[in-house]
Write a protein that binds this ligand. Structure first.
Ligand SMILES: [Zn+2]
Ligand SMILES: [Zn+2]
Length: 889
């Protein structure tokens, strides 16, 4: 939808869309900006320029328009006090990891807290009306601005003021009145300083007018009145109109403090700690001048690097000041900002990784590490985490609980970064040789090698980071989470009655509603359809085998083989009960392993995905490292302890909002729930999840859980494969049998080896006796040696290398008419060894060469002594026959 068109339309009828009661009561006049033409409302009738274009833009820096000063946490207390006083409920923030929307990784605005998916529609669910919330929002599009512009953050607190116009809530007049009084009464800003600018908001099929409010060029908030749906001109009024007023808490603090940047008043004691490290005074005239110029010029240039150059020139910053003040200061702000974002994200269960939303987190930590190295700072990250959390914990007590987890994760991740540096250094050298890389090349470098542009800048492989890098990267990782839904032509069919959520009979009668080829739809069914990682039930319908069951919205579709019943028939159906029972045990085991993993490993463990079949199952969890054998054992023990305790598994239905308030967002282990009524499966107080699967009644029914394998399947995800119930017992039995078999085989092998050694030893002892017999003229078979006129051949296993070497040599030394050929196995090769006396008429070298070539190898030597061999053991018999005929004729 074209926002400009809508704005034109709305601004052509300001009385209808923008002229609120406050404007009339206070005497606001409507003006058009003489520079950009935008309409704005002001008490100063002589004013001709909108807040963006006026001379007073950012004049609050160094000279705030309030008498009282409020930093970040104090500013929230003021806002909260004001709205609560005016009948709003103050709601705790929602997680920054947006588990309740499947198209967003992170919470990007306060209104997202209350948006729920309902089929394909987004609906609002407010826990109170009206309400105010200090919602931490994460946005990664402007990452290159953070630390530089004085007002961009990777996470910020959006003051969300929300109301539905009904008996409790209000609409435009009261909203704007409240916002005006918040600024004037609560914060003490002069009425004449407040300017409202006409704008519109459009998104997700709905739109409405909005009033942005400014003080001295700083946009403090934007009151959006979501009112219409459809295309402009043919639009209709929404059933559920909503006020979505979002304001930046950081800006509220900034306007009262008048510091050079918003960062100076929003990170508590952190900045001071960092300033001391680098030895700068943030309260200097040149910084005020420089950051005021940055703030004013920000929208006038395409490239941030140009904004910076402009401000350096206009503020008269010397090279020395740039290098010793501005650059280190930007680094300090970046570190404080990024660290705060990581604390929120990790507290809420996200992990830095290479996939999905984890990408941005890893990127931020790498930027922190890169900045620390570039500025050569000696920083203790743990101390900074403590300082952040100590400052924020009154407003956000949950941060305090995860303090140690945050430290552990960041330490591990930093260590990995250090370890990858050798590889990165090599890559950076190559880049330097090749010349300036494009933005796409930089993205590839980050995605495949984890090399950040900051690092490349740090090692002088590039001189500047292209402005579009972060927004491009962020776009790439935004849409990944979206799912595709396949539609089937089932529109007019009734919803299938799901018996598995009721009495769950294993045998039942049902009416055939519709048949498509081999797919059958019944009026009711006990066949569980594939969903939530649980595989479908099998069995029979009208005697035909059920081989698959899928759910399409509210309709369950059974796939049959070898035939189908007729539409309209009433048929008898039978669910394969053994399969169902085993799948059910595996499903409840998934919940148990999830809980025991979280207990053993840490609070960041979430279900990433799961799969439950009848004879095996797996749970993928979010974890940073491979599991050790000890951890696997601990998880398995903890799981079996839950089985032994025979805990009750309860299933209750709740209104979605109630379930979230009662149990928190932990319930969304399996992803979002697109219905109003949530099915909560709780294993007493050990594990509580929203889940549509089949479950045992008591954990004791599972009997046993065995983890069969674990593997780190991707960065940040570990797969746990397991079996439960009878399959687990079978697994244990198989394992025992396997190890018993292994032990028996080992003993047999050892016995055989021992026997061979004994035989070889015996053979060595036989050498003098054999020599005597052969030299004495005996012929025929002597101890598996074929003898014919002192020419001897053997391929017996009882003779080894030592025997052939010694026996052959002694034989021909004692009689020059004698010869000896031995063929034997040595490791993977079949070898031949030849000794021939000078008068024997046998040529050792020729025979060894020929035999070795049959065996696929080579041989060599002279007429008297030669050896060789090859690895082709299949040719052993052929080699023996050939050797025998060559030597014995
Ligand atoms: Zn203007
Ligand atoms: Zn489940």
């Amino acid at each position: 939808m074209d926002k400009k068109e809508i704005l034109k339309e709305f601004s052509s009828d300001p009385d209808r869309y923008y002229n609120v009661k406050l404007f009339q009561e206070q005497g606001f006049v409507r003006k058009a900006c003489s520079k950009c033409g935008r309409f704005f409302w002001t008490l100063n009738s002589g004013r001709d320029l909108c807040p963006d274009d006026a001379d007073d833009t950012y004049s609050f820096i160094g000279e705030p328009p309030t008498t009282k000063r409020f930093d970040y946490t104090q500013a929230w207390k003021q806002v909260e006090e004001f709205f609560v006083k005016n009948n709003h409920t103050s709601v705790s923030r929602y997680p920054v990891v947006c588990r309740w929307r499947d198209d967003l990784y992170f919470t990007i605005a306060s209104v997202v807290d209350f948006q729920r998916v309902m089929g394909s529609k987004v609906v609002f669910e407010f826990p109170a009306n009206p309400l105010v919330v200090p919602q931490t929002c994460l946005r990664f599009k402007d990452l290159e601005n953070v630390g530089v512009t004085g007002r961009h953050f990777s996470s910020f607190c959006m003051i969300g003021q929300h109301s539905i116009p009904d008996s409790q809530g209000y609409w435009k007049d009261e909203c704007v009145d409240l916002d005006f009084r918040l600024l004037t009464d609560q914060f003490g800003i002069k009425k004449e300083e407040v300017i409202f600018v006409e704008d519109v908001w459009a998104g997700g099929g709905s739109f409405g007018p909005s009033l942005e409010y400014f003080v001295r060029g700083l946009e403090l908030g934007n009151a959006v009145f979501t009112e219409f749906q459809g295309e402009l001109g043919q639009h209709t009024t929404l059933d559920q109109r909503v006020i979505d007023m979002g304001a930046g808490l950081e800006r509220f603090a900034w306007i009262t403090m008048g510091t050079p940047t918003a960062y100076d008043c929003c990170f508590g004691p952190i900045n001071q700690k960092l300033f001391e490290k680098i030895g700068i005074d943030s309260d200097s005239e040149i910084l005020r001048k420089y950051f005021t110029e940055i703030a004013k010029a920000l929208d006038n240039f395409e490239d941030l690097n140009d904004v910076r150059r402009h401000a350096i020139k206009t503020a008269g910053v010397t090279d020395d000041q740039l290098n010793k003040m501005i650059t280190p200061l930007e680094g300090v702000y970046l570190i404080a900002d990024h660290l705060r974002t990581l604390i929120f994200a990790i507290t809420d269960g996200a992990l830095p990784s290479n996939v999905g939303g984890g990408y941005n987190l890893r990127m931020m930590l790498r930027r922190i590490n890169g900045t620390i190295n570039r500025l050569n700072l000696k920083l203790n990250i743990d101390e900074l985490i403590d300082a952040h959390i100590d400052y924020l914990k009154d407003t956000y007590p949950e941060l305090d609980e995860k303090r140690e987890d945050v430290k552990q994760i960041l330490k591990l991740e930093s260590t990995r970064y250090e370890e990858s540096k050798v590889h990165m250094k090599k890559k950076a050298e190559k880049i330097r040789e090749k010349g300036v890389p494009s933005v796409d090349e930089l993205i590839t470098l980050y995605e495949s090698d984890g090399i950040t542009p900051e690092y490349l800048k740090e090692v002088n492989a590039i001189s500047e980071i292209p402005s579009s890098f972060y927004s491009k990267l962020s776009d790439l990782h935004q849409s990944e989470k979206k799912k595709t839904i396949t539609e089937l032509p089932l529109e007019k069919l009734p919803e299938t009655e799901t018996l598995f959520y009721k009495d769950d009979p294993m045998e039942f009668e049902a009416k055939v509603i519709k048949v498509f080829d081999d797919q059958v739809i019944l009026d009711k069914t006990s066949f569980y359809a594939r969903g939530g990682g649980q595989e479908p039930d099998f069995g029979s319908i009208a005697g035909f085998n059920v081989i698959n069951v899928d759910k399409h919205a509210d309709i369950i579709v059974h796939q049959l083989e070898d035939g189908v019943p007729k539409e309209g028939d009433t048929v008898s159906c039978k669910v394969d009960e053994t399969r169902r029972v085993n799948i059910t045990k595996n499903h409840t085991s998934t919940h148990i392993i999830n809980a025991s993993s979280r207990g053993v490993l840490g609070s960041w463990i979430w279900q990433h995905s799961a799969f439950k079949d009848d004879d095996h199952a797996r749970l993928d969890i979010t974890h940073h490292s491979s599991l050790t054998n000890e951890q696997v054992k601990q998880i398995e023990d903890a799981a079996n302890s839950m089985v032994k305790q025979n805990l009750s598994v309860n299933i209750d239905y709740y209104d979605r909002g109630t379930a979230e308030q009662k149990y928190g967002f932990r319930i969304y282990q399996g992803g979002v729930v697109p219905v109003k009524s949530v099915r909560i499966v709780s294993i007493e107080d050990q594990d509580i999840e929203a889940c549509g699967g089949t479950h045992v009644k008591k954990t004791g029914d599972i009997e046993l859980i065995k983890i069969t394998k674990t593997k780190r399947i991707q960065d940040g995800v570990v797969r746990i494969e397991f079996v439960s119930g009878p399959t687990a017992f079978q697994y244990v039995k198989d394992q025992e049998e396997e190890s018993k078999k292994q032990a028996e085989e080992n003993i047999a092998k050892q016995t055989l080896e021992k026997q061979r050694e004994e035989n070889k030893q015996k053979a060595r002892e036989q050498i003098p006796i054999l020599l005597e017999k052969i030299l004495g003229g005996e012929s025929g078979e002597l101890d598996e040696i074929t003898v014919k006129n002192k020419i001897c051949f053997t391929a017996s296993e009882q003779y080894d290398d030592y025997f052939h070497q010694n026996f052959g040599k002694k034989l021909i030394t004692k009689d020059s008419k004698a010869a000896f050929c031995g063929i034997f196995e040595s490791g993977p090769t079949v070898r031949i060894m030849m000794h021939a006396g000078e008068e024997s008429g046998v040529n050792s070298g020729e025979i060894a060469k020929e035999i070795a070539s049959i065996l696929g190898g080579s041989g060599g030597g002279d007429a008297k002594f030669a050896q060789g061999g090859g690895k082709d053991t299949s040719k052993k018999d052929e080699a023996i026959a050939k050797a025998k005929s060559m030597i014995l004729g």
